[in-house]
Design a protein around this ligand. Structure first.
Ligand SMILES: Cc1ncc(COP(=O)(O)O)c(C=O)c1O
Length: 397
């Protein structure tokens, strides 16, 4: 039998899904499980969106749609994304996608030369590294360092790695897994770097609207950046629509056309009636979206309080995303652990609490000596957060 392709051997995955499998196996044996591992949501999509999709399907929007997306949705996205970020977009700047994730591979497929280098965050969303390597690029990870306000980008790490082969910068402000948010100064530093080295930028803005205080800002809105930046936008989190698969790429017309060419090659189009529902999302009332954010904020506050109540946990309270990234080094050392996997599995088997560890978001970088884990609070109600964390406190203390 012939072997699989070499290219395929470089494809990574989201190892956080394996954590879900451990949790499901444990639950199947009749044990309680508190799911903090996956960034999915247990909040149902607002009614007006369900109604819009239902109506569109019954109206016959069940066939193929244009590859770049239906025009009214592209127009609505251009207006909405442009308004929230202070950018001028038209439909030509928008390529509708089945979710936010496909933007990553299509952006890199269009712009990353084989052998060229791409900077990406680590810890970070694992699909960046997977796609860079799959496409024959060289992945250059950059990390974050704890700061008084949360985490800041390790600028020295970026500067030390950048060469004339570096052509891409992936930036995930409102960051998964650590909830980091750049200051304006940090964002400007990155923009200056991208301009100086003539880099294409993928700005992953999956959590731009998942915000409990303050305002979000896009790197694309800084001078000289709109022409080199593609924004990853998704309906998944802000409208509680993770399973619907609807998002878009927003950016310079030529790159957007290239991305739409991938649509035609890969999935033909995004689901037609889901796209019609997408228009309803953008033009609908604000209240349901606020209710989603209120619920998430209640959970965040409860989880931060419960974590800080455990001796040896350090955690900051991000104003964005639905993740917390606590430092548990003290507990890890106190309990004599040497393996993050065992630390995670023991917590699951002793308390039912299921979380990811730092290792699920990329290889550890040189000099990293702290132990971090990630809690997602989008898929668990507040009473269960408190119950699970009570059990964890008893086990860890
Ligand atoms: C940082 C980041 N980017 C992109 C995505 C992809 O989102 P979608 O569900 O819209 O594909 C996620 C999903 O968890 C994410 O965390």
């Amino acid at each position: 039998m012939r072997k699989f392709s070499t290219r395929y051997s470089r494809l990574g995955t989201e190892t956080a899904f394996a954590v879900g499998a451990d949790a499901a196996a444990w639950a199947a044996k009749g044990n309680p499980v508190y799911p903090f591992h996956l960034g999915d949501m247990n909040i149902i999509t607002p009614d007006y969106i369900l109604d819009a999709a239902n109506k569109a399907a019954r109206d016959g929007k069940t066939g193929y749609a244009p590859g770049p997306g239906i025009l009214p949705l592209r127009e609505a996205l251009a207006e909405n994304i442009g308004k929230d970020r202070g950018l001028q977009f038209t439909a030509e700047n928008i390529s509708v996608q089945p979710g936010g994730k496909p933007v990553i591979g299509k952006f890199l497929g269009a712009l990353l030369e084989e052998g060229a280098e791409a900077l990406y965050p680590n810890p970070g969303y694992p699909i960046y590294e997977s796609q860079i390597e799959y496409l024959g690029g060289k992945a250059l990870p950059y990390g974050y360092v704890p700061s008084e306000t949360g985490f800041t980008i390790n600028r020295a790490e970026i500067e030390a790695q950048i060469t004339d082969r570096t052509s891409i910068l992936i930036y995930n402000n409102y960051q998964n897994p650590i909830g980091a948010e750049s200051t304006v100064e940090e964002m400007q530093w990155l923009a200056d770097l991208a301009i100086k080295h003539d880099l294409w930028v993928l700005s992953d803005e999956a959590y731009f609207e998942v915000r409990y205080g303050g305002t979000s800002k896009s790197i694309a809105s800084l001078p000289g950046m709109a022409e080199r930046t593609v924004i990853l936008y998704t309906f998944s989190k802000k409208f509680a629509m993770t399973g619907w698969r609807l998002g878009c790429a927003a950016g310079p017309k030529a790159v957007i056309e290239a991305i739409s060419k991938f649509n035609t090659n890969q999935e033909s189009c995004s689901n037609h009636f889901v796209q019609v529902a997408g228009i309803a999302c953008l033009q609908g009332p604000e209240k349901p979206q606020k209710e989603i954010l209120n619920e998430l904020k209640i959970r965040r506050d409860a989880l931060v309080d419960a974590l800080l109540d455990i001796d040896g946990v350090q955690v900051t309270k991000p104003e964005t995303t639905f993740y917390l990234f606590p430092d548990v080094t003290e507990i890890y050392q106190r309990m004599g652990y040497t393996s993050p996997a065992k630390f995670r599995l023991d917590a699951l088997y002793e308390t039912g609490v299921s979380f990811c560890s730092r290792e699920h978001f990329g290889r550890r970088l040189p000099g990293e000596d702290r132990v971090f884990i990630r809690f997602a609070y989008s898929g668990i109600n507040v009473d269960r957060i408190q119950e699970g964390l009570f059990a964890l406190k008893k086990f860890w203390e």
